[in-house]
Design a protein. Structure first.
Length: 182
């Protein structure tokens, strides 16, 4: 039994809804989120067995490729991704702060998974294309060396698809900045 998540991101709401219907009819998957994000794009995030997620995502990719912006399939995603997506991460202090921005919603989740699996860091937040003209970002914390390693790994993961926008690492961020983040 292998857990997996996947996402498709479309240019239009109508294509997004068609794709969601196609994915649900293709395999036994569950929609975690299906919604409009800025600027009028539509994302569908789903979960299920790896083979079911692959089949559903591939069906949507192929059938509606002319409006596809980005997509991913992750087998065994890092558990901290879900709390970061929903803004429920439990953070006591921020030692170093890592920030990574992408051009798509799907690519930020892939970047976060790579970061969380590559170093001892805690994901603080994944802001997925809401209020950002379709861009997305993640915030993470840990010791400076771990944050540097995680951001490097995340950058490499999204650079291949040309979705990397920018990144920053702040060692010992100001207390007031930390309070505004957590």
């Amino acid at each position: 039994m292998s857990k997996a998540i996947g996402m498709v991101e479309y240019k239009t709401v109508s294509t997004g809804l068609l794709a969601a219907d196609t994915m649900l009819k293709t395999a036994q998957v569950e929609i975690l989120e299906a919604q409009t994000v800025c600027p009028g794009k539509y994302i569908i995030l789903l979960k299920g067995e790896l083979s079911a997620v692959k089949a559903s995502i591939e069906a949507a990719r192929l059938k509606y490729r002319e409006h596809l912006i980005d997509s991913f399939i992750l087998g065994n995603p890092h558990d901290s991704i879900f709390a970061a997506i929903y803004g429920a991460a439990s953070i006591e202090s921020i030692k170093a702060l890592g920030v990574l921005e992408t051009f798509s919603a799907a690519s930020i989740i892939v970047a976060a998974d790579e970061a969380a699996k590559s170093a001892e860091v805690t994901l603080i937040e994944l802001r997925i294309a809401r209020g950002m003209c379709g861009k997305s970002y993640m915030l993470l914390t840990g010791e400076i060396a771990a944050v540097e390693a995680a951001i490097d790994k995340a950058k490499a993961a999204v650079s291949e698809s040309a979705m990397l926008l920018d990144s920053a690492i702040i060692a010992n961020p100001d207390r007031k900045l930390c309070e505004s983040i957590i």
